[in-house]
Design a protein around this ligand. Structure first.
Ligand code: PLP
Length: 388
């Protein structure tokens, strides 16, 4: 196959070499981490080391990390009316979500549908804090779920400000940091999050592993997600995915150590990509460009562009990009994120997401711009009524 250039890091990142090595090491161990013999203890050690490594990425203690099968599952575990804080057992009657959350949060976890309320975002894709303040004033002691960075636009949410509002009303804040981790600082205390979700495969770990991190061990979930042998503090029974967890830990260590350097690398390339993209097609629109965004994400559209056509054209040129979120592509569904930002359905249909990573090179950005030049020329001929 011809050499490919991967620009879909928000869908998933390639496995880091350190994670691959940790997975291989774990796969060679025969023991069950629940067994007391030497083989079992060796497997347990890998899990506990990974717990420390993942905790390190968010500045928390290892004892507050609960491993799950994905970011989706961590969100499902977090979003429940039954969260006890410092012995307070009263259930939370309401779940407030920003209008731009990932599908795994939008589904509302274990809350009944009628208990879920959405909070609006501004046209730039940031949560409207005044709307949040009004909503928590109407229903204090709620659970609020707000992502740290949006998977489609990359827009960074005002999480610390939201935390202050939520806590003043006696509420709890869950933060989905799946896209932010490794790209911007995710210190759980600085964010003011009570609960925080991570996913291994977005930071260079294996797919199928996630974690829910608690800000303190005062936060309890009396309703386990999976009952059985009591693994993961009784919250998620089943023999642990030792290899996946070990790979997650290794990826978290690298992301923690190199995150700032990698972010600077991505930002320089992303800036070149965006200026090139706009120089070729000045009518192209970059969503969320006026506010703080992840250093690796560009969501853009141009009049007359259809995302599916663009994704196929780029693919034929050896370039992987995505139309909006990966989870909804394939299902031709307009992006709920852009709809919440008030973007017209016509423009939304043309939105293409380009996301970079630590291994992206300047040559790949130039290759992307070459493919975009071809596509933009075809588009403008079409719009002028000239057969391409
Ligand atoms: N939250 C956000 C913001 C995401 O982008 C994703 C995946 O795309 C998830 C949660 C789900 O994570 P996972 O793929 O580990 O289930």
């Amino acid at each position: 196959m011809r050499e490919r250039s991967y620009f879909d890091w928000n869908a998933t990142a390639p496995l880091r070499e350190e994670a691959r090595a940790a997975v291989a090491e774990a796969l060679s161990l025969p023991g069950n981490p629940s067994s007391v013999h030497a083989e079992g203890r060796a497997a347990r050690r890998l899990i506990e080391r990974a717990r420390e490594e993942v905790a390190g990425l968010v500045g928390d203690r290892a004892s507050d990390v609960i491993f799950t099968s994905s970011g989706t599952e961590a969100n499902m575990l977090a979003l429940t009316p039954a969260i006890e804080v410092a012995g307070d057992k009263r259930p939370r009657a309401k779940l407030l979500l920003s209008a731009i959350e990932h599908a795994s949060v939008r589904a509302g976890g274990r809350f009944p549908r009628e208990a879920i309320e959405q909070i609006a975002v501004d046209p730039d894709g940031r949560l409207n804090l005044a709307a949040l303040a009004e909503a928590v004033a109407r229903s204090p002691r709620t659970l609020v779920s707000l992502m740290l960075a949006n998977n489609e636009t990359g827009v960074i949410q005002p999480v610390a400000e939201a935390a202050a509002i939520v806590h003043a009303a006696g509420g709890l804040l869950h933060v989905d940091a799946v896209q932010a981790a490794g790209r911007i600082d995710c210190d759980i205390a600085a964010l003011g999050a009570d609960l925080l979700t991570l996913s291994a495969h977005k930071i260079g770990g294996p797919k199928g592993v996630g974690a829910l991190v608690r800000a303190s061990d005062d936060i309890h979930f009396p309703d386990p997600l999976i009952r059985g042998g009591g693994q993961e503090r009784g919250l998620r029974a089943g023999t642990e995915n030792v290899a996946g967890i070990a790979g997650f830990g290794a990826a978290a260590t690298v992301a923690h150590r190199q995150g700032a350097v990698e972010a600077a690398h991505m930002l320089a390339l992303r800036n070149r990509l965006e200026s090139g993209l706009q120089a070729i097609a000045p009518e192209a629109l970059m969503f969320g460009a006026e506010v703080r965004r992840l250093p690796n994400t560009t969501l853009f559209a141009a009049p007359g562009l259809t995302a599916e056509t663009a994704v196929i054209a780029f693919d034929l040129d050896g370039i992987a990009v995505s139309s909006g979120a990966a989870c909804s592509s394939g299902k031709v569904q307009p992006s709920h994120v852009l709809a919440a930002m008030g973007v017209s359905p016509a423009l939304t249909r043309g939105a293409v997401r380009v996301s970079l990573g630590w291994a992206t090179t300047a040559a790949e950005v130039e290759k992307f711009l070459g493919a975009w030049r071809k596509l933009a020329t075809t588009l403008s001929k079409k719009q002028r009524g000239i057969a391409a």
